[in-house]
Design a protein around this ligand. Structure first.
Ligand SMILES: [Zn+2]
Length: 79
């Protein structure tokens, strides 16, 4: 487990209502005890911080689902 985050509200067209809904939907997929914080970043986006297993390489975006080696096979970044 490690600290992960997901940003909401990126892109040209969004409303606070749709962002709140996305955040609520995403938060409901996280165990309550794994939820760390929900906050605005300096760019006006909502960010959900949580404990979890990374499903994508943070460097190249490679799908790490089911990868048990702890290392991205694409770029070698420690997952
Ligand atoms: Zn990678």
């Amino acid at each position: 487990m490690r600290v992960l985050y997901k940003e909401f509200g990126a892109g040209l067209r969004w409303s606070m209502k749709s962002v709140y809904k996305e955040v609520a939907d995403f938060s409901s997929t996280i165990e309550p005890e794994n939820l760390i914080n929900i906050m605005f970043n300096p760019y006006g986006r909502m960010v959900v911080w949580y404990w979890g297993e990374p499903t994508q390489c943070l460097t190249c975006g490679y799908d790490l689902t089911g990868n048990a080696s702890g290392r991205c096979p694409e770029c070698g970044t420690a997952a």
